[in-house]
Design a protein around this ligand. Structure first.
Ligand SMILES: [Zn+2]
Ligand SMILES: [Zn+2]
Length: 345
C-alpha cells in the first residue's frame, strides 16, 4: 500500500510502498478516506529538535483521519463491524497510571501517539486499538478526519463550564482557533472576540462566528477587549497561538476571576508579571492537551450530529496523498485553514 513515511532521521518525507498492516489482537484495520495534516506533521517533516527526540524512523505519519473498518481483530468488542465509518482518538493511553485511573487519561504519562510513536494514517490502511475507535454515526468522513483538532477546540472551550453567556476571547486563529470560535458560538457564548496577525485567518474566524476581530499587528488587544466589555475584560480567554506576546495579552485581557485556557505552545520561556496579571485578578489557568477521553468525543458528536456546529468552512485545502509536500507548503504559508489529504473512497 501507499504510505507517507519518515524513513530516515533527517528532514523530508517519503512516499513509499509498504506492506499492508493487519488488525492485531484488540485492533481494527481501517481503510483511510481522509486525513488531516497538522503542525505536528510539519515538525516531523522538518526534523526539528522535538522530532529528533521523539521519532524513531521508519514511521508512517498521520494521526487525524477517518475511514472504513475493513478488518476486526481478535478480542474486539462486537460493536465494531466491517464497513462502519469511524475515526479514532490518536493518543493511546496505558489505562493503569495514576492519571488514567483518576479519569484524566488525556494526561496519561505513558501516552503513545498514532503517526508519531507507531504507524499512522497517511496511508491506504491503518491499524489502531479498538478502544481508540469512535464511530461516526452519520457524521461525514471529511468532518471525521478533523475531529482530533476539533476535539482540542472543544476541550479548550468547554473546560471549566465557563462559556455559556460569556465573552470569549480567542487569541490565534489557526485551524484550532477557528474551530474554537465555532464551538464557543454553538455552546452559547454571548460575544466572541478573535485576534490574529493574519487578515485571511481573521476572515475565517468571522465566518465561524466571531462578533469582533482584532488585527494584533495594529491594535492593542487588551485595550480593545476592555472597550468591548465595558472595561471588565473577557470571561474566558483561549490562547491558541503559542506567541509569547499573545500569552501576555491573554492575561491582560481576562477579567477579574476569569479563566485563561492555554493551548498554543510557546517556543521558549514566557516572562509574565504574575502579581497583577494573575494572582490579584484571581485568574484560573488551565492547560489544554489532547481531548478528554472520551467526554470530549461525546460532546463533539452531539454538537456535530445535531447540526449545532458545522466545522467544514475551516477546511480550506484538499490534496491527494501524493501531494503531501504541497499540503505542508500550504500550512507553512500561514494562509491555510485546515488542510486535509484525500486518500481513498
Ligand atoms: Zn494534529
Ligand atoms: Zn496512563
Amino acid at each position: 500500500m501507499r504510505a507517507i513515511r519518515k524513513s530516515r532521521p533527517a528532514p523530508g518525507l517519503e512516499l513509499c510502498e509498504v506492506p499492508e498492516p493487519r488488525a492485531g489482537s484488540g485492533e481494527v484495520l481501517i481503510r483511510v478516506r481522509y486525513a488531516g495534516v497538522c503542525g505536528t506533521d510539519l515538525h516531523i517533516a522538518d526534523w526539528d529538535q522535538w522530532a529528533q527526540g521523539r521519532i524513531r524512523p521508519p514511521v508512517v505519519l498521520g494521526h487525524e483521519f477517518a475511514g472504513e473498518i475493513v478488518e476486526v481483530g481478535a478480542d474486539v468488542a462486537a460493536e465494531f463491524r466491517v464497513g462502519e465509518l469511524v475515526t479514532a482518538e490518536g493518543h493511546i493511553v496505558c489505562g493503569h497510571c495514576r492519571q488514567c485511573r483518576m479519569g484524566d487519561a488525556h494526561i496519561c504519562q505513558n501516552t503513545r501517539i498514532i503517526g508519531v510513536d507507531r504507524d499512522g494514517a497517511f496511508a491506504d490502511l491503518v491499524a489502531v486499538p479498538a478502544g481508540n475507535v469512535v464511530a461516526l454515526n452519520g457524521i461525514p468522513a471529511t468532518t471525521g478526519a478533523i475531529m482530533d483538532p476539533l476535539g482540542n477546540a472543544f476541550h479548550a472551550v468547554l473546560a471549566g463550564n465557563a462559556v455559556s453567556g460569556a465573552t470569549v476571547l480567542v487569541l490565534g486563529c489557526g485551524p484550532i482557533g477557528c474551530f474554537a470560535v465555532g464551538v464557543a458560538k454553538a455552546a452559547g457564548a454571548a460575544s466572541i472576540i478573535a485576534s490574529d496577525i493574519n487578515p485571511r485567518r481573521l476572515e475565517l474566524a468571522r465566518t465561524m462566528g466571531a462578533h469582533h476581530v482584532l488585527d494584533a499587528r495594529s491594535e492593542d488587544v487588551p485595550r480593545r477587549v476592555a472597550e468591548l466589555t465595558r472595561g471588565e475584560g473577557a470571561d474566558l480567554v483561549l490562547e491558541m497561538s503559542g506567541s509569547a506576546e499573545a500569552v501576555k495579552q491573554a492575561f491582560g485581557a481576562v477579567r477579574l476571576g476569569g479563566r485563561v485556557h492555554l493551548l498554543g505552545l510557546p517556543k521558549g520561556e514566557v516572562a509574565l508579571e504574575l502579581s497583577s496579571n494573575l494572582i490579584f485578578k484571581g485568574v484560573t489557568v488551565y492547560g489544554v492537551i489532547g481531548r478528554r477521553m472520551f467526554e470530549t468525543w461525546h460532546q463533539m458528536q452531539s454538537f456535530l450530529s445535531s447540526g449545532l456546529l458545522d466545522p467544514t468552512p475551516v477546511i480550506t485545502h484538499r490534496f491527494p496523498l501524493e501531494a503531501i509536500d504541497d499540503a505542508l507548503h500550504a500550512i507553512r504559508s500561514g494562509e491555510a485553514g485546515k488542510v486535509i489529504l484525500e486518500i481513498g473512497s
